[in-house]
Design a protein around this ligand. Structure first.
Ligand code: PMV
Length: 289
C-alpha cells in the first residue's frame, strides 16, 4: 500500500493565456489531495477518467482510495492533484522507476486527453513540483519562493474548465482582433509581475488588471465579481479570478494582518473562504493510513 499527496494551485497570473503559449505564474497551495493505491488482482472500478487513465498509462491494476481537501470543479487544480498523486502512488506501490519529471509529463498527457486536447501543463507541473512555477508553452521554471498571504474565495458556483476554454477559443475565432491583443496583454502582465515578486502593492495592481482582462474574455461571473470587489474593499492588495472562471474561485493577495478581514468579507457574500499560503512541497509520500 502506498499513500501520496499532491497540492492544489492558484493562478497568480496568466490563465487562459497559457493555453495559447503565453506565460503564466501559478503557485502550489496548502489544501492537498491524498491518494492510497494498493496492489490487487481485481481491476479497480474508479469512476474518475483521470484515475482510470493513470492505471492504463502505468499498465497495472489496483485499488485506489482518494481523500481530497480540495473542492472539485472550482479552479484549484483538484483533477491535476488527483492525477499526480495517483501516478506517484502507483509508481511507488508497483516499484516503477519514473522520475518526477516523467510523472509530471504523464499527468499532463492524461489531463490533455481527458480534457479533449485543451490543457496547459500548469496544474500538473505545480502539483508535482510545488512552489511557484512560471509556465511558458510546455516549458516550466520553478521561481524563488515568496511567502504570499492569500485568501481564496470559493463562489460555490461549479464551473467547467473545458467549456470556458472553448468559450475563449470561440471568441478568438470570431474576434481575433480583440481577443489576441487581450491574450498578449495577459502574457505581458505575467512578465511584468516577474519583476515585482517582492512588491505586493504592484502585484495586487497587476492582479486587478488581469481580472479585468479575463472579464473581457467573457470568463467572469457575477458571484466572482462580488467576491473580488468585497476582498479589495476589505483591504486586499489585489484580487482576481483564479482558474478557468465562469464560477469557481477567486484569489486575493492580502497584507498578513488583514487576511481574516478579507476572509470575513468573502464569507459575508455566502461564499467559502480558504486562508492559505505557498506550499513549497510538491507530490510527496505520506505515512500509510
Ligand atoms: O480552472 P482550472 O484550475 O482547471 O484552470 C484552468 C486554467 C486554464 O488556463 C483556463 C486552462 C489550462 O489548462 O491552463
Amino acid at each position: 500500500m502506498a499513500t501520496w499527496s499532491a497540492p492544489g494551485k492558484v493562478f497568480l497570473f496568466g490563465e487562459h493565456g497559457v493555453v495559447y503559449g503565453k506565460p503564466g505564474i501559478a503557485m502550489a497551495i496548502r489544501p492537498r489531495v491524498f491518494v492510497t493505491v494498493r496492489r490487487s488482482r481485481v481491476a479497480h472500478h474508479a469512476k474518475s477518467p483521470y484515475i482510470e487513465s493513470c492505471f492504463d498509462e502505468m499498465g497495472v491494476r489496483g485499488s485506489v482510495y482518494v481523500n481530497s481537501q480540495l473542492p472539485s470543479s472550482s479552479g484549484l487544480g483538484s483533477s491535476a492533484a488527483v492525477t499526480v498523486a495517483t501516478l506517484a502512488a502507483i509508481n511507488d506501490e508497483f516499484g516503477k522507476k519514473n522520475s518526477l519529471e516523467e510523472i509530471a509529463d504523464m499527468a499532463f498527457a492524461i489531463e490533455k486527453k481527458v480534457q479533449k486536447g485543451r490543457a496547459s501543463p500548469t496544474d500538473t507541473s505545480v502539483s508535482t513540483f510545488g512552489g511557484i512555477v512560471l509556465i511558458t508553452g510546455t516549458s516550466r521554471r520553478r521561481l524563488a519562493p515568496h511567502n504570499f498571504q492569500m485568501v481564496i474565495g470559493n463562489s460555490m458556483v461549479s464551473h467547467n474548465t473545458s467549456k470556458m476554454v472553448e468559450k475563449v477559443a470561440d471568441l478568438k475565432a470570431k474576434s481575433p482582433g480583440i481577443c489576441n491583443p487581450v491574450l498578449d496583454a495577459i502574457g505581458a502582465l505575467t512578465m511584468t509581475a516577474m519583476h515585482h515578486m517582492t512588491d505586493p502593492n504592484s502585484l495586487g495592481r497587476l492582479m486587478n488588471m488581469n481580472h479585468a482582462l479575463l472579464e473581457v474574455l467573457g470568463v467572469g461571473h457575477p458571484a466572482i465579481s462580488r467576491l473580488v470587489l468585497a476582498s479589495r474593499a476589505a483591504g486586499a492588495y489585489g484580487a482576481k479570478i483564479t482558474g478557468a472562471g465562469g464560477g469557481g474561485c477567486m484569489v486575493a493577495l492580502c497584507p498578513k494582518h488583514l487576511k481574516s478581514r478579507v476572509a470575513g468579507a468573502i464569507e459575508a457574500c455566502d461564499a467559502r473562504a480558504i486562508i492559505t499560503t505557498l506550499d513549497t512541497d510538491g507530490v510527496r509520500k505520506e505515512k500509510d493510513v
